[in-house]
Design a protein around this ligand. Structure first.
Ligand SMILES: [Zn+2]
Length: 339
């Protein structure tokens, strides 16, 4: 059972929509309750089905009418044990999910009307934690798609360090290349090619161990992988990939022709790092790579992002939930979801 398949759990498409759906903490709690139990609360302890008692001052707690056991709606979500009102959490997740650029903690504090910077920073930090988990599976593995892999240096020249690359960080990326149907408006750009999912990782160096090792961790075996002809990728065929190496010979036109999508990803990444965060230190770079990956892979699906950020999706796989609804849940048709 996936919350994404639930037509009764709407995702706001606009600000007025958001205000209508989530006007209060109680409305947010109602959304969480619906996500977990559909239309009828069922006590996890005694199994009694029926409307629970609600406490006006504690919207995140439901009390069983039969055994009086209190069930927390926020358990297992990012909001657990937080003193921040639910409506602020929802607003925060909506902002983070729907703004493709993301925002800094200062912008965030202003938007949420929070008096303390630390609160804004803490919320943002917790929401970011939800950006790591869902991307552990390998990309590729589909017959009609190939994957481009390349590496780049991130980070500018450090003051007083000269033009060397000593303070730059090597980042390796893999991206799925998909094709738009011919005849559509966009099919003329880059021959109708566009990016599917992406994986990004910091690499120690450009050795085979680092680069081919990254491919093994990020891409399904058997996938057609396109790289340049750097020796670090030479062992890919031996490692179970269908590998095409392109001789770039330092010619940017060759790269544009054969590895266009990965270069687009790198260009987007650098613009994002410089624009929003004004550059990022090497120490925190992996966290930002995770956020970029999260946003990039969900750029067409803000609802996925919203519920992943709040941790609502996690509840759908919890054993209590599965036990309660295994096979019995009528699968509603998906009308409002954006998958
Ligand atoms: Zn009970």
């Amino acid at each position: 059972m996936d919350v994404l398949d639930r037509a009764d759990l709407a995702f706001p498409e606009s600000l007025p929509d958001f205000q209508r759906l989530f006007p209060s903490d109680a409305a947010c709690a109602g959304y969480l309750e619906k996500a977990r139990w559909g239309d009828g609360f069922s006590c996890p302890r005694c199994g009694v089905v029926g409307a629970p008692f609600r406490i006006a001052t504690r919207p995140g707690v439901l009390t069983c009418r039969s055994c009086r056991r209190q069930t927390g709606l926020l358990v297992g979500t990012v909001m657990e044990r937080s003193h921040t009102p639910l409506s602020v959490w929802f607003w925060a997740a909506y902002l983070v999910a729907s703004r493709t650029q993301g925002m800094s903690a200062v912008q965030f504090q202003r938007q949420l009307g929070l008096s303390r910077y630390e609160t804004a920073f803490g919320i943002l930090h917790k929401l970011r934690a939800g950006m790591v988990r869902p991307d552990q599976d390998r990309i590729g593995g589909r017959a009609e798609e190939h994957v481009e892999v390349d590496e780049t240096y991130i980070g500018g020249r450090t003051r007083g360090q000269g033009r060397g690359i000593h303070h730059k960080t090597l980042v390796t990326a893999a991206v799925e290349v998909r094709h738009r149907e011919s005849g559509t408006a966009q099919d003329k750009r880059k021959d109708g090619r566009y990016a599917g999912r992406v994986r990004l990782s910091i690499s120690d160096d450009r050795s085979a161990e680092s680069l081919a090792g990254f491919v093994e961790s990020a891409v399904m075996p058997g996938t057609l992988v396109i790289t340049d002809d750097w020796s670090g990728y030479a062992s890919l065929r031996k490692r179970g990939y269908d590998h095409h190496a392109i001789a770039e010979c330092g010619d940017p036109d060759v790269a544009e022709e054969f590895l266009p999508i990965i270069h687009l990803v790198f260009s987007n990444l650098k613009t994002w790092l410089n624009g929003i965060h004004h550059g990022v230190s090497a120490k925190h770079l992996q966290a930002y790579l995770n956020e970029f990956t999260f946003r990039f892979n969900r750029r067409f699906y803000p609802f996925n992002a919203f519920r992943s950020l709040l941790g609502i999706a996690g509840g759908a796989q919890a054993p209590t939930f599965a036990e309660l609804y295994s096979g019995e849940w009528p699968h509603p048709t998906c009308s409002g979801c954006l998958r």
